[in-house]
Write a protein that binds this ligand. Structure first.
Ligand code: AHR
Length: 306
């Protein structure tokens, strides 16, 4: 890491400060806030890092520009939470040419494995499968009209959760009557759900599959505004397990949540140090995720870390 500066703060086990550029997606959800906080806590001066943080407001072009700027600043390593999966080859090649290792965090890319050093994140496909298995057990045997609130189009979690859920409900009586992106935001989920409710009415929709809690929370607002009872008239399954989502689960407004752990900072920091030290690391590092019914949420909500 030729661009390291002397470590004025000390600590971190090494004698150099590691300058890391982190290209975050944006600040679309409660999950993202928890993830950003975890990253900022892990990449501190006293742990041996100088963090250059960029949040791209969910604009893939702006995120690529941020990575290019990290390269021209000569950072020691780059961490990216890629907004979308495609379109990374050029800039990852540029980082490779500049000999700056890249660690992917949270989301994956469709680029070849040799264009990044390692990845740490959650198993999105399995999350979708877990949500789908629950839906299949609850509703698979009866005619069920489901609407889907998709995450950001082209993102790994939207693609993989849809695929996992689809596999799990195949052959059941759950029918997807509408599916649209709400961009992982509460506002987006609310607006899309309003449109679905206008078209099908509260009585025409039995189940919502939201690719994250924030969109489920937006859907709850839309259902209530339309005179329906979320969690009763229309059931909701979502993914993340952030505090507001868990509270809605405890309150009976969401029916099931599959966890997606946002606390990836320490693992990402450890990977950066190991990669720079030349230590062999796994290419893929999965965080562990649970899942919660309303009863289970009541038992754990007070002790959740995010
Ligand atoms: O990539 C993880 C997803 O991104 C989370 O499920 C969602 O809440 C976030 O915005």
């Amino acid at each position: 890491c030729g661009n390291s500066s002397d470590d004025a703060a000390g600590g971190g086990g090494g004698d150099k400060t590691i300058k890391v550029g982190f290209a975050q997606t944006g600040s679309e959800s409660g999950w993202r806030s928890a993830n950003t906080e975890s990253m900022k806590k892990a990449f501190t001066k006293d742990k041996g890092f100088d963090l250059v943080f960029n949040a791209a407001d969910n604009d893939p072009a702006a995120q690529i520009a941020a990575v290019r700027s990290f390269i021209s600043q000569g950072v020691d390593a780059i961490v990216i939470a890629p907004i979308v999966s495609d379109g990374w080859d050029d800039v990852l090649n540029e980082a490779k040419t500049a000999k700056i290792p890249v660690v992917l965090e949270d989301r994956t890319t469709s680029s070849a494995d040799d264009l990044y050093a390692s990845w740490v994140g959650d198993d999105f496909k399995k999350e979708g499968e877990t949500a789908g298995k629950w839906a299949a057990e609850q509703y698979g045997g009866k005619a069920t009209n489901m609407v889907v609130l998709e995450g950001t189009t082209g993102s790994a979690p939207a693609n993989d959760r849809a695929a996992g859920f689809g596999d799990a409900v195949k052959g059941t009586q759950i029918k997807t009557i509408a599916s649209q992106t709400g961009d992982f935001t509460r506002d987006g989920g609310k607006k899309v759900m309003e449109g679905f409710l206008q078209k099908y009415g509260v009585k025409g929709i039995n189940l919502v599959f939201a690719h994250n809690d924030d969109m489920a929370l937006g859907a709850i607002e839309a259902i209530e505004a339309a005179g329906g009872k979320p969690g009763t008239d229309i059931n909701i399954v979502s993914i993340d397990g952030v505090h507001d989502g868990m509270q809605a689960l405890v309150d009976g407004k969401i029916n099931y949540i599959v966890e997606c752990n946002p606390l990836l900072g320490d693992q990402a920091a450890d990977l950066v140090k190991k990669v720079l030290a030349g230590t062999t690391v796994e290419k893929k590092n999965f965080a562990t995720d649970g899942a919660f019914t309303q009863e289970q949420a009541k038992a754990v909500i007070a002790t959740r870390a995010y």
